[in-house]
Design a binder for this molecule. Structure first.
Ligand SMILES: [Mn+2]
Length: 320
């Protein structure tokens, strides 16, 4: 698969590189790392994402070049960290790419193989790890900026090398990126140790109303709560990862309602429990221990559906 991807890249010139909506650190890091490598190959990549770069990742070199409105013609599309075409959002729909080949590079178990070339490696801890392998395969020398972006992807998707898929291969990839000039302590400081007080206030609000239902711990964030706390970004700011640390819970869920009423559902599970199937059945996707989906309002109906599906999955998986 990597050779087929490399062949398409060698033949192309103007390349649309695009990641999923509501981008995370792996999506942004992979996008920037691959974009830089393609430029070094003499290609003309345009980096696209439907949503703005989250504040946390604005320290990454080149992030200001990511656009939500890719212009002009392209002869190749590279999709990164995205399990289906829908999740590429508006930039993909609007771009002039009809009939052009798509390279689908992803590590989500729920990937639906929508590409011309599908390189889906569910054993990879991050898409950035696969991008590193591709960059090396293409023979592009790493530089410190490229290495920083790719290591950002690995560090965030493994929550700082703590997820069960952190294999020696992942650590070896991180080692190569550090040797190329990326600083692991600097990245960890940027992405784990700094958060705006508005986010802490929002967590405080959400935590007072969280509920434990069996072994499912869940919380809600509404647009009103975000306004009260002057929190400008969507999502939960990582709250779901904090909730799943409760020893009384096997699954944590955060329901983050958007301004338009849509409910963004983030789920986390302890090792041994798989929530990716629940997310997929509700139109989303993800990994066994970290998955999500988007549901239509009303909020209460979305909560009822998700909680029911999660409890059913827990019953099936634990036999309780
Ligand atoms: Mn990822």
């Amino acid at each position: 698969m990597i050779s087929a991807a490399a062949e398409l890249i060698r033949q192309a010139d103007r390349i649309l590189v695009i990641c999923h909506v509501a981008p995370d650190g792996d999506a942004i890091g992979s996008l920037l790392g691959l974009g830089r490598a393609l430029e070094k190959l003499g290609k003309h990549p345009v980096l696209a994402c439907a949503d703005p770069v989250p504040r946390l990742y604005r320290y990454l070199p080149g992030q200001e070049n990511i656009t939500a409105h890719p212009q002009g013609e392209f002869d190749l599309v590279i999709s990164l960290d995205c399990s289906d075409l829908q999740r590429l959002g508006a930039p993909f729909k609007e771009a002039d790419v009809a009939g052009k080949p798509i390279i689908n590079i992803d590590h989500h178990i729920t990937n639906v193989n929508f590409g011309t070339v599908n390189w889906v490696d569910t054993s990879a801890a991050a898409t950035a790890q696969m991008v590193l392998e591709l960059v090396e395969y293409l023979g592009v020398p790493l530089d410190p900026d490229m290495a920083t972006c790719l290591l950002n992807g690995i560090v965030t998707d493994t929550q700082g090398f703590r997820t069960p898929n952190t294999t020696p291969r992942v650590v070896a990839a991180a080692l190569r990126l550090m040797e190329a000039g990326a600083s692991l302590p600097y990245i960890a400081q940027q992405v784990f140790n700094r958060r705006p007080i508005s986010q802490i206030r929002l967590w405080a609000r959400a935590l007072t109303e969280m509920q434990l239902d069996g072994r499912v711990l869940w919380a809600t964030i509404t647009p009103d709560m975000r306004r009260d706390c002057q929190m400008t970004e969507d999502g939960d700011g990582g709250l779901v990862g904090f909730l799943v640390s409760a020893v009384e819970a096997d699954v944590a869920i955060v329901f983050a309602q958007q301004e338009d009423g849509t409910v963004e559902v983030s789920m986390r599970a302890v090792p041994g429990i798989d929530v990716s199937g629940v997310a997929f059945s509700l139109g989303g996707g993800g990994h066994p221990q970290a998955a999500g989906c988007k549901l239509q309002p009303p909020l209460e109906e979305a909560q009822r559906r998700v909680l029911q599906a999660v409890k059913e999955a827990l019953r099936r998986q634990t036999g309780q």
